[in-house]
Write a protein that binds this ligand. Sequence first.
Ligand SMILES: Cc1ncc(COP(=O)(O)O)c(C=O)c1O
Length: 380
Amino acid sequence: MSSTVIDDKPVTPCLLLDVDRMTRNIQTLEARLKDLGTPLRPHVKTCKSIEIARRMMASDSPGITVSTLAEAEYFFGHGIDDQLYAVGIAPGKLDRIARLYRNGLALKLTLDNSDAAGRLGEAAARLDCAFSVLLEIDADGQRGGFRPDDPALLEAAGLVTDAGCGVLGVMTHMGASYDCRDARCLERAAERERDAVVSAADRLRTAGFEAPVVSVGSTPTATFVRNLEGVTEVRAGTHVFMDLFMAGLGVCTTDDIAISVLTEIIGYRGNAGEWLVDAGWMALSRDRGTASQTVDCGYGLVCQESGEVIEDIFVRATSQEHGILARRDGEPITPDRFQVGQRLRILPNHACATAAQHAGYWLVGEDLAGGRFWPRMHGW
Ligand SMILES: Cc1ncc(COP(=O)(O)O)c(C=O)c1O
């Protein structure tokens, strides 16, 4: 990464990782799940980094969760051989997955409809590969999956076992938790998430399928859940960095957000009372998730280079390589407030989306174990 460093300073815009905050976030969720007696299967789609994934895995973690086959291959290459691919399977990927099986990674797959179960069965016969499958349960009506009482759930389980493949159990992801406005809503979302998979697992077991795995998870539900009876693992990924969207939900505070984009001031737009920085949407992402929340953070919240939040200023707008800083109250920012060449940090709306714009993490903080730059993997 030498081209991104000049005089030992990373070239802006670049992604900073506060290792101390990250460590605290990991430990907070780990302690919470330990109290509830259920292990974490961390989702590594947020970090896409072996250095970070290893830190996210607790001593009792069964393995990791991935969202792409490129992640599965990368993390397997780094020795992690228990992985759940938590996206409904597209039949066109099964040849590549069978290759992973032959090489020693029995990737756990997610199946969310009966048609896909039929296609999986055909591929299992053609490729002579006994895939292991979790059936996805739709807990909130927002994405794929079988409703817990759907007759198609048992039909799909039958198609899987008839093809010589294994039904490991059930999984769900409560996307509706991201729409909550208060703690009570988040607690209820976590309850509904648990109820949906536990009742689906009961149906499968009553019908004669073993279904040992009952998997739930998102950062909001993992943070607010009170009872995990019947659940065998929890998945969460965003908790490792947190972000403004999670802060808006009440899952964390801005002091917990471990990644930020380092940027440099380009100039002052005197007519508008706004400052320009060199972080546009290519560095921050186009994610505007906080627009639907009580506090709209624009494209990110502005901090001093030291990390201290500048409460009244946010990134109002972006173009590809420009960010426009404005005051929240619409008043002009005065020309003496900043200076050209000054460095600032921007906290992201959505950690996964912002991190995805960068080749890796520049480490900041007290605990700088293992070098200054950690690369990320990319692609599908
Ligand atoms: C299937 C699945 N599991 C777990 C997660 C992790 O949730 P979070 O990003 O809130 O930690 C996600 C996130 O999208 C997901 O899709």
